[in-house]
Design a protein around this ligand. Structure first.
Ligand SMILES: Nc1nc2c(c(=O)[nH]1)N[C@H]1C(S)=C(S)[C@@H](COP(=O)(O)O)O[C@H]1N2
Ligand SMILES: [Mo]
Length: 556
């Protein structure tokens, strides 16, 4: 089922160059080698020098009255729901990742400073290379929805799953603690650590320790890894995910610092995904190797039958259903993306509007934090009027402000500068995943609003660009009047103490800090006050919202 791309869409989504590469920085090889040596290497040394340790599984006593036995229906059910959603989250996450296929531990995102590259491209120095140029193709067999530059649709899938994933996890964990089931996962003593090591020495030297019946017990290493998958990875996924939100980063500057910085959080989010993949591979492998039929019966029917194949058949059925779900998701992505976008707006758009969209950004960064690199994005305007104005250094530029206002105005750059100035140093968060910190100086939107006096029915401010969108047509975006009134919402003419360069949006560009980069229109031609964003363009709130299914509210 191949999507029906128009020629323009094909050029964006289905490029000729589809190479998938995985290029870790040299230091990553050293770290991985050191980790393997410190674990498997040490296990082998211990085995060769002292032989196999005593098998700690012998310590497991037969289950007593207060011990968990079997797998209640709710555990089995939430386990499989979790598996389904995890696969969809990983696949949509991969599509998001490939829109900026580089991972860093620094906020600057300077090409060359990555610890992992998923692109063979070296950023050219002799021409403008935008972050959008840099996006990579991923096969729809791996990514949801796959292809190149499909971050809007991928985010709909990713975020639509998050609330249900959390809810399912909450039900699972609450159930554990309402019953005796938590005893399976939560270690009773610190002895679990040396015991898990002993089990590890068995596995890594290719021996099998005695297998406890998982209906009642797990071995020490198994218990520790399940504990990690249930109690450690999910909070890390949540915190690193939240740390990428511009609204949260602007208000709670300590949040991304848990992971070093904002790009550290993005890298950690990726590493959590990677840890889950490794967990799934080992978990499934071990489950198959240690009594496939019995284990399948445990987790489907909840019975302890060693020879009945029913459980296995059910799991094969579940996996077939997962494949059908993935094909259906592919079909929805390309045939009904608007429905997906509306569902996302209905659920998460509402949640964010009621919560983090109300936060005020707090200034925090200083001159020292300004990053040496700042990815450019978008197409430089091709319009004759912009080029003519640029030739004259925008001396003849007039910003037109109108719509539902008492007092429409046209203001030159000098007139704007005489009105009011606000300076900020902030982090830019592009939807693709990269960031950068810069100083901006310009007029607070509040000062313009005070002059034009919007009518009471105005809820939304539209910013039109001289430039065009990805598929042609005027680039524009909208912001709520509330967000325009916030601190650090400015029309900037200065970047890093220099006049705003052309690539970065001269003569004026928007900064509205709690939102993602695509809402910060560059090369601004005019401003219009309207009653609703639905009256403009296709009605979804901006050029990218109209054409690429981006969120109207971009707090995450
Ligand atoms: N007119 C216009 N403004 C635009 C864009 C664009 O394509 N056209 N791209 C947006 C996106 S996606 C981002 S991330 C920022 C990039 O700003 P920068 O070039 O200063 O990094 O500009 C935003 N403003
Ligand atoms: Mo962006």
């Amino acid at each position: 089922m191949i999507p029906k791309f128009t020629t323009a869409e094909k050029a964006v989504h289905d490029p000729g160059d589809r190479r998938l590469v995985i290029l870790p920085a040299a230091r990553v090889y050293w770290i991985v080698a050191a980790l393997i040596l410190a674990t498997v290497g040490v296990a082998w040394v211990q085995y060769l020098a002292y032989g196999l340790p005593e098998d700690p599984s012998h310590k497991l006593t037969p289950p007593g009255p207060g011990d968990p036995a079997g797998f209640p229906l709710l555990i089995r059910f939430t386990h499989w729901i979790n598996f389904f959603m995890l696969i969809l989250l990983v696949r949509s996450g991969l599509s998001i990742l490939m829109d900026h296929p580089r991972l860093y531990w620094n906020n600057s995102c300077q090409p060359g400073s990555e610890w992992l590259k998923l692109t063979p491209v070296k950023v050219p120095k002799d021409k403008i290379w935008t972050a959008k140029d840099d996006a990579r193709y991923i096969s729809p067999a791996l990514g949801l929805p796959g292809y190149r530059h499909t971050v809007g649709i991928a985010r709909c899938w990713h975020f639509l799953h998050v609330p249900f994933f959390l809810l399912n996890g909450l039900v699972f964990v609450s159930f554990l603690f309402f019953t005796d089931q938590w005893k399976r996962l939560v270690p009773g003593s610190w002895e679990i650590i040396p015991d898990a090591w002993k089990v590890f020495v068995y596995y890594s030297t290719l021996h099998m320790p005695a297998e406890p019946n998982g209906f009642y017990h797990y071995n020490a290493l198994q218990q520790l890894s399940y504990f990690g998958a249930v109690f450690i990875l999910p909070p890390l996924a949540m915190l690193s995910g939240l740390s990428m939100s511009p609204a949260l980063e602007n208000r709670f500057h300590w949040l991304p610092k848990i992971f070093g910085n904002r790009q550290g959080a993005r890298s950690a989010h990726f590493l959590v995904m990677f840890a889950y993949l490794i967990f799934i591979v080992i978990h499934v492998g071990m489950v198959a190797a240690t009594g496939l039929l019995r284990n399948m019966n445990h987790i489907t029917l909840g019975t302890d039958e060693a020879h009945d194949p029913t459980g296995l058949y059910i799991v094969i059925g579940l996996i077939a259903f997962l494949v059908i779900t993935c094909v259906a998701a592919h079909w929805i992505s390309w045939r009904h993306p608007r429905t997906l976008q509306k569902a996302e707006a209905w659920l998460n758009g509402t949640l964010w509007r009621l919560s983090i969209n109300n936060l005020n950004p707090r200034s925090y960064f200083t001159k020292e934090d300004i990053t040496p690199y700042f990815w450019p994005n978008g197409k430089l305007p091709q319009s004759e009027d912009w080029k003519r104005l640029a030739e004259n250094n925008f001396a003849d530029y007039k910003l037109k402000v109108g719509g539902l206002v008492d007092n429409p105005v046209e203001l030159s750059l000098q007139e704007l500068k005489n009105l009011a100035v606000e300076e900020t140093i902030t982090m830019h968060h592009c939807i693709q995943g990269w960031s950068g910190i810069a100083q901006w100086s310009g007029i607070p939107l509040k000062a313009i609003i005070d002059i034009v006096k919007p009518h009471p029915e105005v809820t939304t401010v539209v910013f039109y660009s001289f430039g065009e969108g990805l598929y042609g047509g005027v680039y524009y975006d909208t912001h709520t009047l509330d967000n325009c009134m916030k601190p650090a919402s400015i029309l900037a003419w200065e970047m890093n103490y220099e006049p705003l360069p052309q690539v970065y949006g001269a003569p004026l560009r928007l900064r509205v800090e709690n939102q993602l980069g695509y809402k910060m229109v560059k090369w601004i031609r005019s401003i219009e006050f309207v009653a609703s964003h639905t009256e403009v363009g296709k009605g979804y709130g901006g050029k990218n919202e109209d054409d690429e299914y981006f969120d109207l509210i971009a707090n995450t």
